[in-house]
Write a protein that binds this ligand. Structure first.
Ligand SMILES: [Zn+2]
Length: 529
């Protein structure tokens, strides 16, 4: 039913097979009103939207039995894939609905939904713990009741996860729902979280739920139709999104851009080339009568969302979702804050990060030291790899511009000067994004396929120092020599010489390799005596 084709961080490109065709994920489903819909779903299909979401509860209220006879595709005049929401939003908005989960389940199967949602009780935000716990319990009960009555022929069923901002409740909800026989899962009610740009909380919510759910099932994130939310949520493993925002924003005259939304009044240009923006000038757009203008902005907004999903998918294919997220995160300080949270979830993100990527990795700032590929090298070095540990001396050289490092002229000349003494010496490089790199593995990906511009600030020095200490404490080197010829490395080397036992720096300012070798050998002799 769900096949994963490519992954990066916790993000993935997959395919969901429904009875109306397959759907490549990540994917955004525009929300379509079953009655009042100003952009025809057929128009959306032409724009490349292969699936939409509509409301089964409103369909039941308005069409009743007729909907069962005609089927949901005819009701909204769309022959693509349809996900139906079952009235949970109405519960959140009006307190309750006049149907029960069993009736809604049977109705959704009868109208032929491709993907159908259990009638849940959304937790919402700002509720007390007792109320949140009740919504989790009611939702779990609704999920059980639904699974009992469905025939499960054709329709894929979505298990709802509730708990709001109470992470322990979310975890419980995900763990219990995750054990039930659902085809997909959905994380409920983050709309308010998104409205207040609380990306920090959103990140914690998604990670909590993802860790508790089976990895081989898709996760839908409710109400995340914002160009800034999509890359973050995809990188954390959300596969499906719905958007009513394209229309809600348009009604308020809010125009989406790649980096957030702006009011039409705030714009000087239309910074976009979609079918709408290449046809109208800003002046013409403002001159349209209100309903027409809303529709035009809504189409533009859909284009922006669709473009964002495509760009995020391409970033996964390129193995650059981390870099992409870093760029997007700079669009808003609160997104930046959320991006930094990722460094606390190494295992969660490392799992889906490929060992080999088609391109060099880019490192920009100290937090990039914690991206899975950099930390993975260090962890493997400490936990899995064993270098020739009988060597008594560790010689650390700074990274060179030439990669792999063993091809750098400095290394070659030094090795030549050291001659036979090399048998006793383990040579490693200190490379900023990774830590210690033994020369033997310096050409393994990504140790020689990266571009780095991280500044050696206090954070970076502390992290590098930590990695060096973990490395040296694994072996029993009698002497550690730092050949410090690069100014940029002096702060690390100075700190290392202070805090690491038997460690000392040899100045390598000149090009006299015989002299350097002589000093190194003298040092080794001193250690022995
Ligand atoms: Zn546009």
């Amino acid at each position: 039913m769900f096949e994963i084709r490519a992954t990066d961080l916790a993000g993935r490109i997959g395919e969901i097979r429904t009875k109306s065709g397959s759907l490549e994920t990540p994917c955004i489903l525009p929300v379509v009103h079953p009655v009042r819909q100003s952009i025809e779903p057929k128009e959306m299909e032409k724009m490349g939207f292969k699936a939409v979401m509509t409301n089964a509860y409103i369909t039941l209220k308005v069409f009743g039995k007729i909907a069962e006879e005609k089927g949901i595709q005819k009701i909204i005049d769309y022959d693509g894939i349809i996900m139906t929401d079952s009235g949970g939003y109405q519960v959140l908005e009006y307190g309750s609905v006049e149907v029960n989960p069993v009736e809604m389940a049977i109705f959704q199967e009868r109208i032929g939904s491709d993907m159908a949602l259990v009638l849940d009780t959304p937790t919402g935000m700002g509720v007390d713990r007792k109320r949140a716990n009740e919504t989790v319990k009611t939702t779990l009960k609704a999920a059980e009741e639904t699974l009992k009555v469905i025939k499960a022929e054709g329709t894929l069923w979505v298990g709802p996860i509730q708990g709001g901002s109470y992470l322990d409740l979310l975890k419980k909800s995900a763990r219990l729902t995750g054990k039930m026989k659902f085809d997909l899962f959905a994380l409920g009610s983050p709309t308010e979280v998104m409205k207040s740009y609380n990306f920090n909380l959103l990140t914690k919510m998604i990670i909590t739920v993802k860790k508790a759910l089976p990895v081989d099932k898709p996760l839908h994130l409710f109400g995340a139709g914002h160009p800034l939310t999509i890359p973050l949520a995809v990188a954390l493993g959300c596969d499906l999104f719905d958007s009513a925002s394209y229309m809600l924003y348009a009604r308020e005259g809010r125009y989406m851009t790649d980096y957030g939304t702006l009011r039409l009044d705030e714009l000087t240009y239309l910074p976009c080339n979609c079918s709408i923006c290449s046809k109208y000038t800003l002046k013409e757009m403002k001159g349209l009568e209100s309903e027409e203008r809303t529709k035009k902005i809504a189409i533009h907004n859909l284009n922006v969302l669709s473009k964002e999903v495509k760009a995020t998918k391409q970033a996964i294919e390129d193995g650059r979702i981390w870099e992409y997220l870093g760029i997007k995160a700079r669009a808003h300080p609160k997104l930046w804050e959320a991006f930094k949270l990722l460094i606390d979830h190494y295992e969660f993100l490392e799992d889906g990060t490929p060992l080999f990527k088609p391109r060099a990795l880019f490192f920009y700032e100290p937090y990039d030291l914690m991206r899975p590929e950099a930390l993975r090298h260090h962890k493997r070095l400490i936990e899995d790899i064993s270098i020739a540990s009988e060597k008594k001396t560790l010689l650390i050289l700074p990274e060179s511009d030439i990669t792999p490092f063993h091809k750098s002229p400095f290394y070659i000349k030094l090795v030549d000067a050291l001659g036979d003494a090399l048998k006793e010496i383990q040579i490693c490089f200190l490379a900023l994004p990774f830590g210690i790199i033994p020369v033997e593995i310096s050409d393994v990906y990504p140790l020689s396929q990266y571009v780095n511009s991280i500044e050696l600030d206090r954070y970076a020095i502390r992290e590098m120092l930590k990695r060096v200490r973990e490395f040296v404490s694994k072996y029993s080197f009698e002497k550690i020599i730092l050949l410090g010829n690069l100014d940029s490395y002096s702060p690390i080397f100075k700190r290392m010489a202070k805090v690491i036992k038997n460690c000392h720096v040899i100045d390598a300012l000149d090009d006299n390799f015989d002299k350097m070798a002589e000093e190194i050998l003298m040092d080794i002799a001193k250690a022995k005596s």
